[in-house]
Design a protein around this ligand. Structure first.
Ligand SMILES: [Ca+2]
Ligand SMILES: [Ca+2]
Ligand SMILES: [Ca+2]
Length: 283
């Protein structure tokens, strides 16, 4: 019997059926007393488990609340960072837009300057082309003139004319008076030679003849003039020349001492001498 009581002591009654359980057992109050004792100290009883569940629920709630706070703080942080990043992005975009606008304006200005320079270069090129055409035409005209002069020179050489220092000279092969000599030159479109330089003086002397030159004082004794009316400035008179006085009537100049630089002599105009005509190429 003691063993049986020990068995009931260790048996847990089904929940909600305490009265039935008590009827079946009905033989011993000791057993029920032990049963109450068992319900008072059982750690796995529903009351104990309910209290534990409440504590667990509270802990879970606290944890969930903390987790929500953390999530909320993280979300706020993310929103703040997003707004800040968006603001910085907008500022960067504005800055980039301003830089692009400035670069575009510079490029437009450079393009305009280059366009103006191109137009100026085109204008200069056109002007240079026109000048080149004019120079080319001028060159062709000068070439034609030179060719024409060469032809005329060749033709004049065939008639006894000689070219020297921008003039043509005709040396006669016969002798005539000073007036007749000059008339012959005028008929040829020239005149008696006028000696303008030392080189021309030396050139005339190379013919080594007694030659009339275009110098006379027949209009006014002692006032020597060239046939073009210009007064005598540089002279090459021989020593003691001119010695024509009124009674000797020497009013025309000739080359006499052609071996000497001072070769001029005044002589009577009626005497016959060779003569030299001079025709300027450029008058
Ligand atoms: Ca001359
Ligand atoms: Ca004289
Ligand atoms: Ca004389």
């Amino acid at each position: 019997m003691d063993q049986l009581l020990d068995v009931y002591v260790n048996v847990e009654g089904p929940s909600g059926h305490n009265s039935k359980w008590k009827r079946k057992r009905g033989s011993s109050d000791t057993i029920y007393e032990n049963e109450d004792k068992v319900h008072a100290v059982e750690p796995n009883s529903p009351a104990v488990r309910g209290a534990g569940n409440v504590k667990s629920c509270r802990a879970v709630a606290v944890c969930l609340a903390l987790l929500c706070l953390l999530l909320l703080a993280g979300l706020i942080t993310l929103v703040f960072l997003f707004i800040q990043a968006k603001s910085e992005w907008k500022m960067e975009m504005v800055k980039l837009h301003n830089n692009l606008t400035s670069e575009r304006n510079k490029l437009q200005m450079s393009y305009m300057n280059l366009s103006e320079e191109r137009e100026q270069l085109q204008m200069s090129f056109s002007n240079l082309s026109e000048e080149q055409d004019q120079l080319q035409k001028r060159f062709e005209d000068i070439t034609n003139e030179r060719n024409e002069l060469e032809k005329r020179l060749l033709a004049l050489r065939s008639y006894g004319w000689i070219y020297f220092s921008s003039s043509l000279y005709y040396i006669s092969s016969s002798k005539k008076s000073w007036q007749q000599s000059r008339a012959d030159c005028l008929q040829k479109g020239a005149d008696l030679v006028i000696i303008n330089s030392h080189e021309e003086q030396e050139f005339i002397q190379t013919f080594k003849k007694l030659i009339w030159i275009g110098l006379t004082d027949m209009e006014s004794e002692g006032k020597w003039k060239w046939v073009d009316g210009t007064p005598l400035t540089t002279s090459y008179w021989d020593r003691n020349e001119p010695n024509g006085v009124p009674d000797r009537d020497e009013d025309c100049a000739e080359i006499k001492k052609y071996d000497s630089e001072q070769s001029w002599n005044d002589e009577s105009c009626g005497l016959e001498r060779f003569w030299i005509c001079e025709k300027l190429l450029f008058q």
